[in-house]
Design a protein around this ligand. Sequence first.
Ligand code: FAD
Length: 407
Amino acid sequence: MNANETEIVVVGGGPAGLISAKTAAAKGRSVILFDSKDKIGFHEHCAGLLSIQGLKDLNLEKLPSGIIQNNSIKGAIIFSPSGKSITVEKEQPTAYVVNREKFNIHLYNLATEVGVNTETSSRVLKVERENKSLILKLGKKNAYRKVVSRIAILAEGRFPQINKQIGLPIPSRNSIVFSSMYMMKNLKDINPNFVEIYQDQRFAPGFFTWIIPTSDTTAKVGLASTNVPARNFLNLFIQKHPIARKKLENAVIEKRTNGAIPLGSFIRKTFTDNIMVVGDAAGQTKPTTGGGVIFGGVAAQFAGQIASDAIIQERYDARFLSQYSKLWKRKFSSNLTIMRLVRNYLNSLNEKEINRLLLILNNPKVKHKISEKGDVDNQKKIVMNLLTEMRLWPFIIKTGFKFLLNL
Ligand SMILES: Cc1cc2nc3c(=O)[nH]c(=O)nc-3n(C[C@H](O)[C@H](O)[C@H](O)COP(=O)(O)OP(=O)(O)OC[C@H]3O[C@@H](n4cnc5c(N)ncnc54)[C@H](O)[C@@H]3O)c2cc1C
């Protein structure tokens, strides 16, 4: 095949695109990956908090040195608006904090090793079907080019452009939160074993603020919010938050980043003839935390596998590719749906109610349950367990009624 013809094209070189490309190429398929940026890896606006179990599911638990910034995260300290906190903790580390740029480059190296051909500064502008193939129109440094392929995996990230062109939905724009994050040094009173979460609508309307330690004096400090500019909220948090400002008063900003996270939950249809959609472009992001690398990566593995099967069996039709949708939905769509409800419910609570909720969750028996059953990827498990906790019910009935009325 020449450079303008391939079996599989992947659009987007973030984690979802790179993982799907690597999976298909490892099965012997010819794969070209296009990314509009001039280099792979640029994605520092992500906090890079990844569960160790999730990385195992992606066969990525053994990361080369220099990528992991903190390998000792055992849990989280969650602060209520009144300043009360609850600590949930596992015995062993459960998550890594990674340098997202280096993590993406590692994925790129793995993909290249199995034969993926990557072209940067190449934006896919249009995808059209012709007979049983796809014609992709690309813009590369002011020149245009056409590439023919059998299958395309779309991994364009949070603002996908091609989904609509080919009649597929996009993640809801209404539920996008905007983020601002600083890499900071000289913090005090932070514990490298714990991520700090500040669930306080005054500083982060519609989401929360985080301090993710990379050592006992350095951290990624950020928030996401439905209101903009997110940076103003972050500055307010650093200067005025009664607890955090003491930790941050001598801290120095080393780098500033901005980003956006789709929290609207997944799009219903993620395939059509010749095409599958993965990652943020499919809304495979956790609405509670904004994490998208693990679920997007798991879905990307499924897409890469089905794309390879499709080539072998010469089946490029939607019916065959629907297997991809079945696989990822079976694996985690119910979790995403429950997380969406939890996010909406948390956003419906006022300051006093959040204070009260954290007080109830701080009960030793409830806290033990959260520490024992809590799983950052499989959050359905802990939600179902908490629903059997009778002491939560008066609160849920009172606040849940208000939540349902506002739906
Ligand atoms: C502030 C913030 C913090 C986050 N923290 C975490 C975290 O701690 N843990 C976690 O798991 N997730 C986190 N996320 C989410 C995570 O970053 C995303 O879920 C993840 O990067 C999505 O991967 P993706 O491959 O789907 O898309 P992206 O990483 O966005 O990659 C898409 C790529 O496609 C390219 N592209 C787009 N359109 C085209 C086109 N037409 N042609 C060619 N190339 C194109 C873009 O240049 C880009 O490189 C965070 C996000 C933000 C904003």
